[in-house]
Design a protein around this ligand. Sequence first.
Ligand code: NCD
Ligand code: ZN
Length: 345
Amino acid sequence: MVETITIRRPDDWHVHLRDGDMLRDCVAYTARQFARAIVMPNLTPPVIDTQSAIAYRDRIMAAVPAGMAFTPLMTCYLTDNTDADDLARGKAQGVFTAAKLYPANATTNSAHGVTDMARLDPVFARMQSDGIILCIHGEVTEGEIDIFDREAEFIERHLRGIVSRFPELKIVFEHITTSDAVEFVEAAGDNVAATITPQHLHINRNAMLVGGMQPHAYCLPVAKREAHRLALRKAAVSGSTKFFLGTDSAPHTREAKESACGCAGIFNAPYALESYLAVFEEEGALDKFEGFASLHGPAFYGLPVNQERITLTRNGVDVPQMLQAAGSDIVPFHAGQRLDWTLTL
Ligand code: NCD
Ligand code: ZN
């Protein structure tokens, strides 16, 4: 039995680091595991231009504990009024790595998101010509579309069109949750890839709704049927360079989750690698872990792989029921469970 695994230090290609006290108390969980992370811009107000991204990056760096090496890769929140010149300047200055498309009201802090996809074509054209990656939260928001169908519907209503109108635009279909998304990404060209979260590899929609409502299993896009989870697992461990790690770790206080209107988001940063590795082991694919965690993402983003190595050992870890952040309790993914692997520093 394999007892230790050493791989290049991974990166997290989708994370919510938040701001203020939550940022201060959560950033080290990500910095401990990952060398770099694509930082989501859905603050209030969102990060919509180069200037606010520089300021946010400074706040992140100030919050990283001394002695930890961590590079936040910033994203620009696209709106109906995004200034393509500013975005291109931000990219040229090394501020922006990608831009994030949230359909308006699809998820937490997305009220400023895009209401009319077609209006963004000039921005997509500029992103294509300037090599700016487009990260997409792929869910439609129309009230008549069932929440479990919103990702698949987004592919048909929007994504196919964007991909065919901008064949050179690099697109990351973020936190995919369906076999429809897996099939779409597999069939698309090399310019289309996807991130997969730990929770969507571990849970199906029962986790939210069986035995009482389980707010800590609620995130967006919501977990789907078991058949979709199995398709995601197959894609993640396939060795295909189109699929890579993006935790979508999205901390909310316990009160904000356990509420009459509980927030979407799962806080998986503390044990993200341990969580992913459990999946690769269960699937008999330990040899595919490094590609998913540390190689495919940099290759897609056109960035160098990390030189440093990390080691995980089969010591196991008991995930606490609760952690503390922003003066409150916060419940991590896998709370109260034992995971077989531990990141040893
Ligand atoms: C994210 C958040 O809380 O910011 N929530 C989530 O459920 N994933 C937003 C998002 O990525 O959809
Ligand atoms: Zn997210």
